[in-house]
Write a protein that binds this ligand. Structure first.
Ligand code: PDD
Length: 284
């Protein structure tokens, strides 16, 4: 069965789904996106992802392509048409199509919406989390508003490629000696006292929805969370480290630039948080 994509009001086999050559998402990365995970037919952290999409659109003054209720209909329909119960759903909204010109197109130009879905196998993620992952550090060369979830991801792609070439799962992005986040996830360490440390929500990081839910899980488990920047040296000396994202959940980190973290295997706190996150996200 071919994969079906939603493009501006139509459901099409992905091979026939296309956007205009003068779409501003294509020409200027003038677009925002969300990635959501669906397990057993239910969207995880749905409210958070919808709210962040609206925030990203608002920050760039891109009109919403439809209201929330209509978008949720599309989000449901894309699963039905692809016969998926466990999926990774990608949604992208661009400022629409207009003759190439840096300034915005005329008011009323309709935004473009693309939604795709593919199979997501949680067992692969669980198997990876059992072993833990290696990460490397890379310079954070991104622009100043990475809190907006735009598709302008070239620096992220370059950092992830460097990680792949080094046999690592992710790249820790470092600016002025401090770890901001990773190329497509948020970064966390656990200090001597067992407290979680992660960069505060700011224009220098994407405020992860998983990050938000993990903070709530930590509070329930009475684990202290300190939101402050930490250095690469601190990270290498940490008791445990992990990263979070919609598709990685809580992923234990066992080495940074070849330096072993803690015992060199997934730590107990990261493991506990992964289970707590999965339980919480599954319950909405
Ligand atoms: N990435 N930081 C960056 C730079 C990200 O791209 C992401 C998500 C996150 C984590 O956000 P969340 O917990 O809401 O997924 C942090 C998605 C998964 C992606 O680009 O595929």
């Amino acid at each position: 069965m071919p994969r079906i994509a939603y493009v501006n009001g139509r459901y099409l086999p992905q091979s026939r789904a296309s956007v205009h050559v003068e779409d501003r998402g294509y020409q200027f990365s003038d677009s925002v996106y969300e990635v959501c995970i669906v397990m057993d037919g239910g969207y995880w952290d749905l409210e958070g992802h919808l709210a962040r999409l609206e925030r990203s659109l608002g920050a760039l003054k891109i009109a919403a392509p439809m209201d929330r209720a209509a978008l949720q209909v599309v989000m449901k329909e894309i699963l039905r048409r692809n016969r998926l119960k466990n999926a990774l759903v990608y949604m992208q909204v661009t400022r629409g199509v207009a003759p190439r010109n840096h300034s915005f197109p005329p008011e009323g130009t309709p935004p473009s919406l693309v939604v795709t879905a593919r199979r997501f196998d949680i067992r692969q993620s669980d198997a990876r989390a059992e072993k833990g992952v290696a990460v490397i550090s890379q310079p954070d060369i991104r622009w100043g508003r990475v809190d907006i979830k735009t598709t302008g991801l070239l620096p992220n792609a370059l950092a992830k490629q460097a990680a792949s070439e080094a046999g690592a799962y992710e790249a820790l992005l470092v600016r002025d000696g401090h770890v901001t986040e990773c190329s497509s996830s948020n970064a966390w360490i656990i200090d001597e006292t067992g407290a979680l440390i992660t960069h505060p929500k700011a224009e220098a990081i994407l405020g992860g929805i998983t990050r938000q839910t993990v903070i709530a899980c930590a509070e329930e488990l009475q684990i202290k969370v300190i939101e402050r920047p930490f250095t690469l040296e601190e990270a290498k000396a940490a008791k445990e480290a992990f990263l979070t994202s919609a598709s990685s959940f809580v992923m234990p980190v066992i080495s940074i630039d070849g330096t072993r973290i803690g015992s060199g295997s997934p730590g107990p706190v990261a493991r506990r948080l992964r289970e707590a996150y999965k339980a919480k996200a599954a319950n909405g």
